[in-house]
Write a protein that binds this ligand. Sequence first.
Ligand code: ADP
Ligand code: MG
Length: 324
Amino acid sequence: MIKVLVPLVKSSNFTFVGQRTSTAGIYNFNNKFYTTNTNTSPIGSVASTVPRNRKVIVVTSGKGGVGKTTTSASIAFGLAQKGFKTCVIDFDIGLRNLDIHFGMERRIVFDFINLINNDCKLNQALVKDRRNPNLFLLAASQTKDKTALKMDGVERVLEELRDNFDYIVCDSPAGIESGSHHAMFWSDIAIITTNPELSSLRDSDTMLGIIASKSKRALENKEPVDVSLLITRYSPERVASGGMLSVKDIQENLGIKLLGIIPESSDILDCTNLGKPTITLDDNSDAAEAYRDTIDRFLGENVPFRFLEPKPTGILSKLMSKFK
Ligand SMILES: Nc1ncnc2c1ncn2[C@@H]1O[C@H](COP(=O)(O)OP(=O)(O)O)[C@@H](O)[C@H]1O
Ligand SMILES: [Mg+2]
């Protein structure tokens, strides 16, 4: 079979390509990059609007149970809904649960560690969402071996994903051990997920320090990781009664740009139980609306923050608010 070599656009951020020219059908001749196929992707073509150097998004926090996995599911689904080919990776090795948020738990045959160990090909490990053809999940392995994530293996998988996707959303586990370090290390963009409480804030601050000093971008003296803040489980009622930190308190403390504020909502648990990301709910759900606003802001729109005021409690004011 005759293979046609098609030149690829060469970007200054293509530094990894030379190292993994044997994968994804990409070859390096005289410092120019070629592919043997006009569409190397088993997943479909990727948009040209996403800068190649800003594709890997980590959703991280330091502290556990703040809403990272809930957020990763909605951010990935929301980006895919906007037409971006999106892959979401569960980095919580040994404790996978992102698959449950998509109702995919029975469809996983191969996982992230299988892919790292070359037990399967990329398209065998990716699980396609049934509602959203732009969205794919790479599940975490259930292995107890915390050293299973190898530096060169993660790098190779992420590079292959960069070639095939517009965005790669990495759901970080809690703490600062292997999975969370890997998810943070390769990121171009970090969404720091925080609850309005001091312990969560302190852990987020620690994570900001780690990203600034230990990410790949920091080690290579490149443009820093783009960090922004997502506040989850925000309750204006508790802020008003003095039982919770306000948005202003949190922002002043962390000093990073605000991407979103997701209200405390019982919709979240219902969604997880039904295997659907919160963002799939209609506009009766404040949490879903807040995630949609977050996606629009992420994509550069100027969207005002909502759901910051306590809800009316009297019957009359509740009725009035319906007609506003
Ligand atoms: N906005 C929210 N309102 C209410 N509960 C939430 C919200 N976000 C997350 N939760 C709940 O918090 C718990 C932890 O969420 P999860 O996304 O698993 O956090 P993490 O990945 O940081 O450990 C879950 O029980 C989830 O349902
Ligand atoms: Mg999680």
